[in-house]
Design a protein around this ligand. Structure first.
Ligand SMILES: NC(=O)CC[C@H](N)C(=O)O
Length: 341
């Protein structure tokens, strides 16, 4: 008999996946099967979620940890940091091959980007939610969670960044956004999904190119808190009060969720220049959601010392700004970071 190859035992054993549960609709419960939108989120404990899917054991050795039990709109920076530290610690263990995070869908895109930026591992990290509670007709959580475990257990998922499995698709956590508040097809990205999960198998068609994970300059092991960043939403007939109040309340940076190309009303320019002169970072994003904001288009960013958010929507720009500010307040450096990540 041939001697076993080194690592052969690890290759033969089933992948080991840890499910970190944080709440959301995927752990929600309603009174009736007809309740697809009226229910309580964050009710069902992780062990029950796992027990409801006995087939998971064919894919991976699965165990669960209840990290939080909340709706995702209630996530704060403290919880983001706590979750990312747990993910990073688990992925350093040889007996953990991948992580699944069950999450409310409202701020899932923020958490997915945050983990992409600060967890320096190539092992798969999959964030998953559902649009309907498990008690509803055509509930989507069981398949989404199964797809998440399949994706986390797949060697093909390594090095592809934080992933999101919703509605049969595998999306890049950096890019994906919740765009519809009431359909299972809620999650999409302007750059398209990376692949799909079909009948318990991953099929990839593309991979992300942005800096992340092991090639990131940020590391959750050295981050214990995040600075305050505010978003001000653009519209017609604005007031400067939202900007000045945010700074008075401690915001170090303001994401201007501008109209169109991140445009700034002429009557607001002096306010934003004045805030920048006194030290607040001004980062232009767009309320449009898709496309990307270019430097010195619409506004002379070089002259005003402002930064543009590139293709990140306002809520994602807020996450990258907060992470970047843990290292630098220099606008050239911040702009480099917004181009690279
Ligand atoms: N579909 C959902 O998960 C939304 C429920 C809740 N608002 C949350 O984000 O946790």
């Amino acid at each position: 008999r041939e001697a076993p190859q080194p690592g052969a035992a690890a290759a033969l054993r089933k992948p080991s996946v840890v499910i970190l549960a944080t709440g959301g609709t995927i752990a929600g419960a309603g009174a009736e099967a007809s309740n697809s939108a009226t229910y309580q989120a964050a009710k069902v404990p992780v062990d029950k979620l796992i027990a409801a899917l006995p087939n998971l054991g064919e894919v991976a050795t699965v165990r669960g940890e209840q990290v939080f039990q909340i709706a995702s709109e209630s996530f704060t920076n403290a919880q983001l940091v706590q979750l990312a530290k747990r993910v990073a610690a688990l992925l350093k263990q040889d007996d953990v091959d991948g992580i699944v995070i069950t999450h409310g869908t409202d701020t899932l895109e923020e958490t997915a980007l945050f983990l992409d930026l600060v967890v320096r591992s190539d092992k798969p990290i999959v964030v998953v939610g559902s649009m309907r509670p498990s008690t509803a007709l055509s509930a989507d959580g069981a398949l989404n969670l199964t797809d998440a475990v399949v994706t986390a257990a797949s060697p093909d998922s390594r090095g592809k960044g934080v992933l999101v499995t919703m509605n049969d698709e595998i999306q890049a956590g950096r890019d994906v956004s919740k765009r519809i508040n009431i359909k299972p097809s809620a999650f999409a990205s302007q750059w398209g999904p990376l692949g799909m999960v079909v009948e318990g198998k991953t099929y990839y068609f593309r991979a992300p190119v942005k800096r992340r994970g092991p090639s990131s300059e940020f590391d959750i092991d050295t981050i214990d808190a995040l600075p305050e960043v505010a978003i001000v939403y653009g519209s017609g007939n604005m007031s400067p009060v939202a900007y000045t109040a945010a700074v008075q309340a401690g915001a170090k940076a303001i994401i201007h969720a501008g109209t169109g190309n991140g445009s700034v009303a002429g009557y607001l320019v002096d306010t934003l220049r004045d805030l920048r002169a006194k030290g607040t970072l001004i980062i232009r994003s767009s309320r449009v959601g898709d496309g990307f904001v270019l430097r010195n288009a619409e506004q002379p960013d070089d002259k005003y010392d402002w930064v543009v958010a590139h293709d990140l929507n306002p809520q994602k720009a807020k996450i990258l700004a907060a992470v970047a500010l843990t290292k630098t307040g220099d606008t050239r450096e911040l702009q480099r970071i917004f181009w690279e990540y």
